[in-house]
Design a protein around this ligand. Sequence first.
Ligand SMILES: C[S@@+](CC[C@H](N)C(=O)[O-])C[C@H]1O[C@@H](n2cnc3c(N)ncnc32)[C@H](O)[C@@H]1O
Length: 510
Amino acid sequence: MNKLYLGDCLDVLRNELEIKPESVDLIYIDPPFNSKRNYNVFFDDKEIQTQRMAFEDTWSLHSVGDSLTELDTIHHDKLLNLLHAYRDIAPQVFPYLVMMTLRIIELHRKLKATGSFYLHCDPTASHYLKTVCDAVFGAKNFRNEITWKRTPFSGSSKSRAKQLPRNHDIILFYSKNQDITWNSPSVVYSEEYLKRFKWKDKRGYYRKTLLKTYSQETFDKLKSENRLIEPIKEGAKYSYKQYLNESKGSTLTDDIWLDINMLNPVAKERLGYPTQKPKALLERIIKASSNEGDVILDAFCGCGTTVDAAESLNRQWIGIDIAPFAISLIKRRLKDTYGNDLGKFEVRGTPTDEASAIKLWEQNPFAFEDWWLTELEIFATTYGKKGADKGIDGIGQYLIPKSDKVVKVAFQVKGGKVQSKDIDALMGVVALDKYDMGVLLTRHKPTNPMLKKATQAEQFEAAYGFNYPKIQIMTLAEFFSGKQLNLPKNNITFKSAATVGKGGKQGGLL
Ligand SMILES: C[S@@+](CC[C@H](N)C(=O)[O-])C[C@H]1O[C@@H](n2cnc3c(N)ncnc32)[C@H](O)[C@@H]1O
């Protein structure tokens, strides 16, 4: 069951997901928030100061007309009326709401009768989205509006001018019906409560709890396990040892969550994805609304926080994202986190051979570029920038063996015809911007003059006698036949997730 899909979730949900309707136990989505800004992933290289667009969250009026017609044909009169009202009173969110509505309808269809739906958003759109969810799920199936305080910081004084800091997100919680899977979440004990566990033996810390009503069987069991504490005074009651490591935590009784912080910039868990959510947040939601073996779906899965949490909690999972970069990060995150413990999973929608890669290029050259670079674990610098074909498309960083010297490699991706001047341009960029090497990735075969220029270029002398070709060329066919670039083995371009294995602690709650 475990699957990652590259693509627009609407299309994947309708046409590609090989599951029956009503077969998902829990859906969590964290779609772009309509915040009218692009999320940028900053490359950790102050010198280059380059950045890439991970995804556009400004869904425009483009294609909204088609979506409205679709809603009309599937007889969603209530929703159509609602959306039309927003066209007048909230034109800034109207296109976003139309796009989200179609997707929420599809997600609702996939949910089991006992299933739950969590929609993570922020106060700029939460009140509008709630009305859409009320119409799709039925207002009686609204369960909670969870306020998650993202950060203990109150923002800059400018952002607080004449208003309070905006430091929380909203998570709307709906269910398909009334009878749902639910395990009351527990939270860490307060410091006050922990102080009561002041005794210790070889089993760990314990507190003394008075034994009130009990059967002879319970008494004998406690005695045989050496948990019984005899009363000091004759005739007084027995106590027993209640161990901290056997306690479940106290029940969560709030829909305002203050105890899970946003990832700090140096958190081990952090992968550099701009809107990455803490794993502890997803663990809480998954534990509350599913059981082991259940199916969890995230249709806007980003760098895979839901997928990672589901894997660690032994649930089945499905992740969908439109950005090749996200899918690539998730593959790496899972591999790095679980190593040999990682269960089987499939990746759909990413090119698997030359023909499907060419198809991707024909559909979306930027996605093709992003896909190929991220397959090689190279940071793509120009994704989404229309017409940006000057300079370079990607940057890789590698560690030279036996030294702590880091080298920088410039990457250029070409989907169309290539010629000699492309090598000249790459050599120019390498020299000008002080890259150590340059790589041309090309769909078409290079010409003979190109090959000659590349082989005649000088070698890059790294350190300790390690030499590499200054300019290299790799074709799409060579990539799929398994050819390796001649670069240092240790690619450090993306920071790796901390390896914890299953059941390991990674920002857990208890
Ligand atoms: C806010 S981020 C999700 C972050 C995620 N919760 C995490 O912890 O990494 C939203 C994601 O939605 C993806 N996205 C945007 N439009 C999409 C669409 N139509 N279908 C699928 N994914 C989409 C973006 O690429 C982005 O990764």
